[in-house]
Design a protein around this ligand. Sequence first.
Ligand SMILES: *Cc1c(COP(=O)(O)O)cnc(C)c1O
Length: 221
Amino acid sequence: MSVGENLKKIKAKLPANITLIAVSKTKPVELIKEAYDAGQRDFGENYIQELEDKHKQLPADICWHAIGHLQSNKVKYIAPFVHLVHAVDSLKLLQEINKQALKNSRVIDCLLQIYIAQEETKFGFSFDECENLFQTDELKPLQNIRVVGFMGMATNTDNEIQIRKEFHSLKELFSKLSFLNPQLTILSMGMSSDYKIAIEEGSTMIRIGSSIFGERNYNKV
Ligand SMILES: *Cc1c(COP(=O)(O)O)cnc(C)c1O
């Protein structure tokens, strides 16, 4: 099936409140253009150099989402145009995004990545660290960022019960903190393999790569 057909099939079954991010990492601009021509405007990339290159080559009305682990020294390259940063995992990174946003006279929307998986490799705040951040005044001076929600990645497993439990726990944290902090409106969780569970558990934004663009060839990057 073509990219356009894949998109259509996924979107046909999505509840209206769900934002679909097409994750185009490692995929050529021609395929992104196909998705664009099919009406898709939100795209996610992991690698900063690639994100910059694609931003330059593709239409200006695309909303670019930086979804991967972000190093502080790379923020300056995407600060002029990035739409949403999904995987902020430290106060230090938030401060750097704030600094670069200020330089560009922008306010940059960010999601805090929350650690929900039972894997050593996943980055993010713990639930306690996240709650503490909202209880202290540490976010207040950061006038050029807006923390608008959370992002989480479930364990890479076939165990649906475990995946559901992890998404459910993040939704609970989100409900609790968004009650007190109404600017928290986005819950980014769910990828090709688990987005249906994520939606059932309260996701508002899903990040889909291989189900739209086909499997990735990791050797390419
Ligand atoms: C690659 C990636 C995705 C998309 O993964 P698929 O399994 O191809 O849908 C989503 N989120 C993040 C953070 C990713 O790195």
